[in-house]
Design a protein around this ligand. Structure first.
Ligand code: G3H
Ligand code: ZN
Length: 286
């Protein structure tokens, strides 16, 4: 089916108490893996293109992989541009067919983040594309950007209300203690903070830094109002580890395709596991 907008999947996810996985893709095999898992479990999907994929493959190319695969899929899929840092990147994402975008002004002073987010919301709404924005600042490693723990800032409920009112954004990603990347230990998710934000903001909330979070943490976050969970690092790690193992068998035979397929099916299993944790299986027709 044609791509759908985030506005067609996220509000009902929040209402009905599940989250839709936003899976970062970096190769055509990863796109196929996400669709294979979503189709097997009848789940709505979000495939996201972040700065690493944009730098390595180009936004046009990465989005084309998703558009082409979505066209022959029976499950609804959103094509999301993740962590865009300026209007130029957003416009290129829109031209490449994104049906959802995230503007990340979280490293700017608040007033400037509000000003730029509002400008981007006006632009994207003119072509009916919803905008996700970040309040507070997450720590960790996101593509080409490392934010030390001490530089991180948690969101507050008051700040979120003001930010939503002043920017008109459609989807909100508050910094609530999750961390980008793997390897900094188990993050301390502030479910109390998430609950207080969800009590005063009825937009779908996004949890970034999904890699490595355990099912209990995720269930608590989804109960508190999270409708979208972003997952990147663990999928990249799964892909390269499975590829490495498969190459031990297939490299001596000079046979690339079976090695790539082994990596693809390992990613599909990981995505399926996450769809189970997010509770979105069986919701493809909501
Ligand atoms: O926007 C992307 C995510 O927040 C990914 O975080 O690499 O920790 O899964 P992650
Ligand atoms: Zn993120």
């Amino acid at each position: 089916m044609p791509l759908v907008s985030a506005a067609q999947v996220l509000p009902q996810a929040r209402r009905r108490g599940y989250a839709v996985g936003a899976f970062s893709i970096h190769t055509p095999e990863m796109v196929d893996a996400v669709f294979a898992a979503g189709e097997r479990l009848q789940s709505p999907l979000i495939l996201q293109v972040g700065r690493r994929a944009v730098q390595q493959s180009g936004v046009e190319e990465a989005c084309a992989w998703v558009r082409r695969r979505a066209a022959r899929s029976p499950v609804p899929a959103v094509l999301h541009l993740d962590h865009a840092l300026d209007l130029g990147a957003i416009l290129r994402g829109l031209r490449a067919g994104c049906t959802s975008v995230m503007y990340d002004g979280s490293d700017l002073p608040l007033e400037e983040n509000v000003r730029r987010t509002s400008e981007i919301v006006a632009t994207c709404h003119a072509v009916d594309v919803p905008v996700e924005a970040e309040v507070g600042r997450m720590s960790g490693v996101e593509d080409d950007l490392t934010v030390e723990e001490a530089e991180g800032r948690l969101a507050t409920a008051e700040l979120c209300v003001r930010f939503v009112q002043e920017t008109g954004c459609d989807v909100l990603a508050p910094a609530v203690g999750s961390v980008h990347g793997l390897g900094q230990g188990v993050p301390h998710l502030r479910l109390d903070l998430l609950t207080s934000i969800a009590a005063v903001v009825d937009l779908p909330l996004v949890l970034h830094g999904g890699s490595g979070l355990d099912p209990q943490q995720l269930a608590g976050a989804i109960r508190a109002g999270v409708a979208k969970v972003n997952v990147d690092t663990e999928l990249r790690r799964t892909f390269v580890q499975a590829l490495g193992q498969a190459l031990e068998v297939f490299a001596p035979r000079d046979d690339p395709r079976p090695a790539l397929l082994a990596a693809e099916s390992a990613v599909a299993e990981q995505v399926a596991l996450r769809i189970g944790h997010f509770g979105s299986a069986g919701h493809a027709r909501d």
